[in-house]
Design a binder for this molecule. Structure first.
Ligand code: PLP
Length: 396
């Protein structure tokens, strides 16, 4: 008999009842060190006191009102994001997928309003993940995600990885007079923690400037401080025209956003888009607190310092377990361990050591701890990963 919950996930048989900082408590009372953070969501750890306060303060006043009214909390968060980024304007969603949908609509509407309604093509990259709506799976184009769900939304061109990092002539050739936008994650998450080099992001910006195509960055996973900058593209010194954000911005509350320049957003006038929940007072009050904390330069410097500590330890693990691990990759606290054994075996071995990690494509183990993880917890994580690798070696 089918389970009461639609069985679309391969779930581990562990259920958690409580969280505190980087730790999760299971039903049997045992504690797990969480290096997954709900897949880069709990940016400030579990039950962060400042976020609990922001949530409860707002919950006692007003949870939800419709977007047919003015929402001061939404206005405040939008202004905070505009002040801290390239963007002139923000639309709030509940998820990354919805942000992807709007980014696609915005790019197409921009060209439609410029009198080129057939300029709809969006160039995306192999290994990308933009969500699970029909539009977002068409955008990413992975065989695994699209199979059985056709017909797919037309209008996407997929370039092979690492074309975006290695072959700008191929990208230039792919951009035609039908290209509305180029869409890319500055650090691929699901694709296996694959950073796009700064030079390449700069090159993409140049190509978009030369051709008029809009540049869309998907920072759903790599944004909100995860890379050590508020947004990962900041390392490259260039900025996109449109950017998708979600996950970390709500710290665990479902919240996403599309940030855009005034020009890129010019087609999105009243009536062209909307959301019942997106940007409600509760979500935005929490988002404002997360944004205030993670955009503090001292907080971001601490992310980079923690990253250096973690990375050094991970390099040590690669050296001491050469049959289990291949190499370390990533940026900030978005780190990956390329594995030599199946990455899912390492995730399972981690469960036995009470440490939570996440598998990604390219046989990579994803490590996405809370951005404020204490140094002692990083040291403990390294000990537990070491024990997991030793157990795998002994079982081989
Ligand atoms: N874009 C990226 C880069 C993601 O990593 C994800 C989720 O993993 C999404 C979009 C989709 O976000 P959501 O699951 O909130 O819809």
């Amino acid at each position: 008999m089918i389970s009461a919950v639609l069985p679309t996930y391969n779930r581990a048989p562990i259920a958690f009842v409580k969280g505190e900082g980087s730790w999760l408590m299971a039903e049997d009372g045992s504690r797990y060190l969480d290096l997954g953070s709900g897949i880069a969501v709990n940016a400030l750890g579990h039950a962060n006191p400042a976020l609990v306060q922001a949530l409860t303060d707002q919950a006692q006043k007003l949870w939800h009102v419709s977007n047919v009214y003015t929402i001061p909390e939404q206005q405040k968060l939008a202004e905070m994001l505009v002040d801290r980024t390239f963007a002139d304007t923000v639309f709030f969603t509940n998820s990354g997928t919805e942000a992807a949908e709007l980014a696609i609509k915005m790019a197409r509407k921009y060209w439609s309003d410029k009198g080129q309604p057939d300029r709809i093509q969006i160039i995306a990259f192999e290994g990308a993940f933009h969500g699970r709506s029909t539009g977002a799976i068409a955008a990413a184009g992975s065989e695994k995600m699209v199979k059985g769900f056709g017909p797919l939304m037309p209008g996407f061109t997929h370039l092979k990885w690492p074309t975006c990092t290695a072959d700008h002539d191929a990208i230039r050739a792919a951009i035609t007079d039908k290209t509305a936008a180029v869409m890319i994650e500055p650090i691929q998450g699901e694709g296996g923690i694959r950073p796009v080099p700064d030079q390449c992001l700069k090159g993409l910006r140049d190509l978009c400037d030369q051709t008029g195509a809009l540049l869309i960055f998907d920072e759903v996973q790599c944004g909100m401080g995860r890379s050590g900058k508020l947004f990962a593209h900041e390392w490259s010194g260039i900025s996109p025209d449109i950017m998708m954000v979600a996950k970390g911005i709500g710290g665990g509350f479902p919240l996403g956003a599309v940030l855009a320049t005034e020009t890129a957003a010019s087609g999105m006038v009243a009536g062209t888009h909307g959301s019942t929940y997106g940007g409600n007072p509760l979500g935005c009050a929490i988002g404002a607190k997360v944004t205030e904390i993670v955009s503090d330069p001292a907080f971001l410097d601490a992310v980079s310092a923690k990253s250096a500590q973690f990375r050094q330890g991970l390099e040590g693990l690669v050296a001491s377990h050469p049959t289990v691990f291949d190499s370390v990759r990533g940026q900030g606290l978005m780190l990956g361990l390329k594995c030599k054994v199946p990455n899912t075996d390492v995730v399972k071995a981690g469960y036995a050591q009470h440490i939570l990690t996440v598998a990604a494509a390219d046989n990579v183990l994803r490590l996405l701890p809370a951005l404020n993880i204490p140094e002692a917890d990083i040291a403990e994580a390294l000990r537990r990963l070491d024990a997991a690798a030793t157990a795998l070696e002994q079982a081989a």
